[in-house]
Design a binder for this molecule. Structure first.
Ligand code: EPZ
Length: 426
């Protein structure tokens, strides 16, 4: 069991932490995962630079190996080679909580002509259905049988197609891109997700030999190839890790510079932090946040698809809302149960009322330390941020959730002057 201990001050009246310093943003979890899936398409070696050392990536590499691939990690670089595919069964048990085993579907179907995957259950933030994935794959000629909790897929007659997604699902867009890139023929995706990770995947698939246009926009055109080559590719910076640490500076007060960042990926957050009274500046590859004194409430925050306010920053941002002067409304439009961290935050003195997908915060001046449970990845990060602000020593249990997506958050925060210890009990 992993827990994070955040020691804010030696006594109950100690001054809260003031974060100061320069950190480098990790590679993007939500790009690395589909990129590892894409490596299944080639029988040559693929090298991914800036591939974060986090649990979800390590689990995805285990799935890649279980299919017959070779993987090797050298620091932040990962080498992958699927010379001979031994299996087309995506072992979801290797995925743990990892939903991304579903993203493997498209590339396994393209490479092996068939795939078997356990029907992914829901998770901490919602039912996470995959109906949009399945509808699009069927429109591309994939035959899918649902049997005994498994999806048995046959892509013998898979072909390019013009598909329209009923909703711009990130995973469904990626699955269609992965299948389309790995078979001969033309595919057009309408109402595609526009998240930056989609653009990263499109660039990588083009390096493998597919012709991909429009990735990152609502219409993506793909000319596939059945002879994918190898490639060396740098994973984009993680915009959610970037946003999480920007919010930490606004919550605690501080002067923090985040390097190897893509500021354009977090413009929606930059606007909100400026409204809260923080000073945010940026250049092409770094963002700096300066904040002092009590943040001001920003009124309303609604999560949305990119370039709207990211649902993955909703939980971390709720900590800023909780300590701002005034009241803040947060509306979670993407997932149906993504407020589980709020019950834990109320143990630390947060004043919030929840009705369905709407949370209304009455800002409080201080938080008090407590022993709290991380329920999911981003909610766990929120509890760590609250611990930085709370008087006393906060213990965040179930730290495995946090390790899924943040590379050594204790090291990052301690480099900024915090006092966070990670304890891993056997
Ligand atoms: C990706 O999940 C990310 N995960 C999520 O990040 C992120 O929150 C989400 O996109 C939205 O940006 C990865 O990239 C690995 P969706 P995904 O399909 O693909 C519904 C994190 O914390 N939906 O865009 O699962 C779905 O239920 C994680 O890093 C269907 O109804 O997101 C949800 O309500 C959490 N049917 C909404 O669409 C489908 O077939 C958005 O889902 C697919 C999705």
């Amino acid at each position: 069991m992993t827990r994070y201990i955040i020691n804010n001050s030696s006594d109950a009246y100690g001054k809260p932490i003031y974060l100061k310093g320069n950190i480098t943003v990790q590679g993007a979890k939500n790009s690395a995962l589909p990129l590892i899936a894409a490596a299944v398409l080639s029988d040559s070696e693929v090298e991914l630079y800036n591939c974060p050392e986090i649990a979800d990536v390590e689990n995805m590499m285990k799935i890649f190996s279980s299919l017959g691939g070779r993987t090797e990690r050298i620091g932040d670089n990962v080498r992958l080679k699927m010379e001979d595919m031994r299996s087309h069964e995506i072992k979801s048990e290797l995925a743990g909580e990892l939903r991304s085993s579903v993203f493997m579907l498209g590339s396994v179907l393209a490479r092996a002509g068939a795939a078997k995957v356990a029907y992914p259950g829901g998770c901490d933030i919602g039912l996470r259905p995959i109906d949009i994935h399945l509808k699009a794959l069927r429109e591309m000629g994939v035959r899918i049988r649902e049997e005994y909790g498994y999806l048995l897929c046959d892509a013998t007659n898979a072909h390019g197609a013009e598909v329209t997604l009923d909703y711009p699902s990130v995973g469904a867009t990626e699955n269609v891109m992965l299948l389309a890139a790995g078979i001969r023929g033309s595919t057009v995706i309408h109402n595609a997700a526009r998240e930056p990770e989609i653009e990263d995947l499109g660039n990588f698939l083009s390096m493998l030999g597919a012709a991909v246009e429009g990735a990152g926009t609502q219409i993506i055109k793909i000319e596939g190839t059945d002879k994918a080559r190898g490639a060396k590719f740098r994973v984009m910076p993680d915009r959610i890790a970037l946003g999480t640490y920007m919010i930490a500076a606004a919550v605690c007060g501080g002067e923090v510079t985040l390097s190897a960042a893509r500021p354009e990926h977090v413009f929606s957050l930059i606007g909100k932090l400026r409204e809260s009274g923080a000073e945010v500046d940026y250049n092409s590859d770094s963002v700096s946040v300066r904040a002092d004194g009590r943040p001001k409430a920003v009124g309303i925050v609604e999560t949305g698809t990119y370039p709207g306010f990211p649902t993955d920053l909703q939980a971390p941002f709720s900590v800023l809302a909780a300590v701002s002067e005034g009241s803040t409304v947060i509306v979670e439009n993407i997932f149906e149960t993504r407020f589980k961290h709020l019950a834990e935050l109320t143990k630390m003195g947060v004043s919030v009322k929840v009705k369905g997908r709407v949370a209304v915060f009455e800002g409080v001046r201080t938080l008090s330390a407590a022993q709290v449970q991380a329920m999911d990845l981003r909610g766990g990060a929120a509890l760590m941020l609250a611990g930085l602000k709370a008087r006393g020593t906060t213990v965040v249990e179930n730290g495995l959730h946090i390790e899924r997506g943040y590379a050594a958050p204790e090291k990052v925060l301690n480099a900024l002057g915090a006092s966070v210890t990670k304890v891993r009990n056997k």
